[in-house]
Design a protein around this ligand. Structure first.
Ligand SMILES: *Cc1c(COP(=O)(O)O)cnc(C)c1O
Length: 430
């Protein structure tokens, strides 16, 4: 485990320049496979007697450096990178769960994750109870004998509720199940969920970590603290038929979970990250700290400005004193509250659509965490498939606009929205 601080680890962890040809930048190892020294060496790699590279679906030297950096900056023992954030969630869960198992999840979720839990995993016999995460006790109340995971987002997208990590982690520990936290919106610079009791951290690297909208990626980071031998996870303590009788807790000890993610999860589900994308994400990670501070600063200033605009009904940003989550933000997000904010416009659904259509500096698209400012109307797009009741539980109302505040000059962002607001009035929507 790296003992370096965030800023140093984000730039250096995992990259030994003496074995990578002296390259200062991390090279792209664009190779599917690796030549074994001889058949004994090959056998040792396959039996895990020796560490090394076998095939890029399982591991790759470029990806390995990104994995070491992410583990270092999240305070985990190891990480596995995946083709997308969705692949990270899916691979983590399918490594842990089987038909008949049950998840208790926060209802304040990224739309894709909500759909995975609500519609797709049930086809495999894995069901989910959604709970309001604002009271940690709701997790235990919904837990059943077959519950194997508690899942939540540290800052819910798009509700922007800040999670009581310590409270929920206590409930998970009492129930002896791992607590998985999607930390995409907060980023490891602003928050390390493992410090507050998370067992596994998920990231969409597509967002702030890559940071400029050029590469999809995901990561699973293991705190290495969960007791897989507590009786609820026999797949970790009994010989694995999928890996020649390996007993994960004996062979890999505290790395039992993350090891299984790699050698069974990546092997069988195949959601490996391209080394080219890993390279791009490494470039992004190098500047995460400076970017996320600036994103947070711009978002706070814009949130304050929006509160004073006639066209605006309400503003939700965890950094605002008026936010329901301000107290939790002060506890968990002391360095900044990230770049997402939501607000409601007077005139509801139609007025909100007008604003997203009229904004010019803000790009209308479905992504977050880009250096460029982004805007979307979730009720007509990302959350369109949900019923109005489901929309409400995920925090989406008809008048809600979500901004991912970029790094442009704040005055240009204000002017752009001001212009868009004037169009609502012209159309007589209020
Ligand atoms: C985008 C996102 C995901 C999914 O990540 P992809 O890389 O798009 O698959 C998961 N969780 C959150 C919070 C996200 O914002």
């Amino acid at each position: 485990m790296s003992t370096q601080k965030f800023s140093t680890a984000a730039l250096h962890a995992g990259h030994d320049v003496t074995i990578n040809g002296g390259t200062r930048a991390v090279p792209i190892y664009q190779s599917t496979s690796y030549v074994f020294k001889n058949s004994d060496h090959a056998a040792d790699l396959f039996s895990l007697a020796e560490p090394g590279f076998i095939y890029t679906r399982i591991n790759n030297p470029t990806n390995d450096i990104l994995e070491q950096r992410l583990a270092a900056i999240e305070g985990g023992i190891a990480a596995v990178v995946t083709a997308s954030g969705t692949a990270a969630t899916n691979t983590a869960l399918l490594t842990l769960l089987k038909a008949g198992d049950h998840i208790v999840s926060s209802n304040s979720l990224y739309g894709g994750t909500y759909n995975l839990f609500k519609n797709t995993l049930p086809r495999l016999g894995i069901t989910t109870s959604f709970v309001d995460p604002s009271d940690p006790a709701n997790f235990s109340k919904a837990a059943k004998e077959n519950t194997r995971v508690f899942f939540a987002e540290s800052i819910g997208n798009p509700k922007l509720d800040v999670l009581d990590l310590k409270g929920i982690s206590k409930e998970a520990k009492a129930f002896k199940v791992p607590f998985i936290v999607d930390n995409t919106v907060a980023t490891p610079y602003l928050l390390n969920p493992i410090e507050h009791g998370a067992d596994i951290v998920i990231h969409s690297l597509t967002k702030y970590i890559n940071g400029n909208g050029t590469a999809l990626g995901g990561a699973i980071i293991d705190a290495g603290k969960f007791d897989w031998a507590n009786g609820k996870f026999p797949e970790f303590t009994e010989p694995s038929p999928g890996y020649h009788g390996l007993v994960y807790t004996e062979a890999l000890e505290e790395a039992a979970f993350i090891g299984k993610v790699r050698i069974e999860g990546l092997r069988d589900h195949g959601a490996a990250l391209s080394p080219f994308n890993a390279f791009q994400i490494i470039q992004g990670l190098e500047t995460l700290k400076v970017r996320i501070k600036e994103h947070s600063k711009n978002a706070l200033e814009l949130a304050k400005w929006l509160q004073e605009q006639d066209a605006v009904e309400w503003v939700n940003y965890p950094g605002l004193e008026s936010s329901k989550y301000h107290k939790l933000a002060q506890e968990y997000l002391k360095k900044g509250q990230s770049g997402l904010l939501t607000f409601g416009v007077k005139g509801g659904y139609e007025a909100a659509k007008t604003v997203v259509d009229e904004a010019k500096v803000f790009s209308l698209l479905a992504n977050i965490g880009d250096t460029k400012s982004l805007i979307i109307h979730p009720a007509s797009t990302t959350h369109q498939q949900l019923t109005e009741e489901e929309q409400a539980s995920t925090g989406v109302t008809p008048d809600l606009i979500r901004l991912s505040v970029g790094l442009e000059d704040i005055e240009d962002l204000k002017a752009d929205l001001n212009e868009a607001f004037s169009k609502i009035k012209k159309k007589d929507l209020v």
